[in-house]
Design a protein around this ligand. Structure first.
Ligand code: ZN
Length: 298
């Protein structure tokens, strides 16, 4: 009888092992669109029809917090490297960390999600299209298959759309980060809450729509997750401090398997985005990462 019971238990254990599916990615493509200086304060009065539609199509929060200081460099860095400034050393808009990172790759940086991609999924395509040149410092270009800085965005704002769509169409990247600077320029030039800032918002919204149309035309939309996010808000004509206007930025995520019409009630800090990307692409994250993946998947 004992032998029969042991055999039965062994069969049960085997069956339960077989039921465990291998860990798998949640989508084959992640497209992140970063809108520099996009503060949540503009969401009440502003015009952004496409982004509004995508909020209903997916999950969002208007309470995402930056890391401090609320400057561009530390925040784009945290989104990609999953750690707070105290760990990464990316304290300012600098070409290299201001102080020694707690963990360093062979490129002397805290590992970004692009670095994880190169280590764990080396055959997969990763790229960046950005309007702000310093963005490339935080992305770790040595881990990118493609990167392009747009130099003439102020004269020709659709250049970022055209470069992004061309890249997405040709390479169908697994991970692509696109940076658009226009709102931040308006915030610095004319101030938070200015007519000029509000006038720029629907134009940026339209650029985001065109990029998403490009993802659809490339035939990868149904197997993609798209995010729109920002590094910091603005107060007056500046940022870098800790006023609510600088601290609250939107985050929108939609696509394959993402909860629809869902307001994210969890707290979100900039580095949670890296963890969320890693979860989608089934990347193992280093011990030094502090971000948590958002609970936005069905
Ligand atoms: Zn910025």
């Amino acid at each position: 009888m004992k032998k029969i019971l042991f055999a039965f238990a062994a069969v049960l254990m085997l069956a339960s092992c077989c039921r465990q599916a291998p860990r798998k990615e949640l989508a084959s493509h992640v497209i992140v669109i970063g809108l520099d200086g996009w503060g949540s304060w503009c969401m009440e009065k502003g015009q952004y029809p496409f982004i509004k539609e995508m909020m209903q199509e997916g999950s969002w929060t208007l309470l995402k917090r930056p890391v401090l200081p609320s400057d561009s460099g530390p925040n784009w860095a945290a989104m990609m490297n999953g750690t707070p400034v105290e760990s990464s050393g990316w304290y300012g808009n600098d070409p290299e960390p201001r102080f020694k990172p707690l963990v360093q790759t062979e490129h002397k940086n805290q590992p970004t999600f692009f670095h994880l991609m190169k280590e764990q999924r080396p055959a997969d395509e990763c790229g960046v299209v950005c309007e702000w040149g310093d963005f490339l410092n935080y992305a770790d270009t040595l881990c990118l298959d493609y990167y392009k800085r747009i130099h003439h965005a102020s004269q020709y704002p659709d250049a970022v759309v055209e470069e992004s769509v061309k890249y997405i169409t040709e390479k169908k990247p697994t991970l692509c980060f696109i940076h658009i600077d226009a709102l931040d320029h308006m915030g610095h030039a004319f101030g938070q809450g200015s007519d000029e800032y509000y006038a720029e918002l629907p134009l940026v919204d339209e650029r985001v729509r065109k990029i998403v149309e490009g993802v659809k035309a490339a035939g990868i939309y149904d197997d993609s997750i798209i995010m729109i996010t920002s590094d910091h808000g603005h107060i007056g004509g500046s940022h870098g401090g800790y006023s609510q206007l600088e601290l609250e930025t939107p985050f929108v995520i939609w696509g394959k398997g993402v909860k629809k019409n869902h307001e994210i009630k969890e707290t979100m800090i900039q580095y949670d985005m890296a963890a969320t990307v890693a979860k989608i692409l089934n990347l193992e994250t280093p011990q030094s990462w502090r971000g948590k993946a958002l609970d936005v998947f069905e």
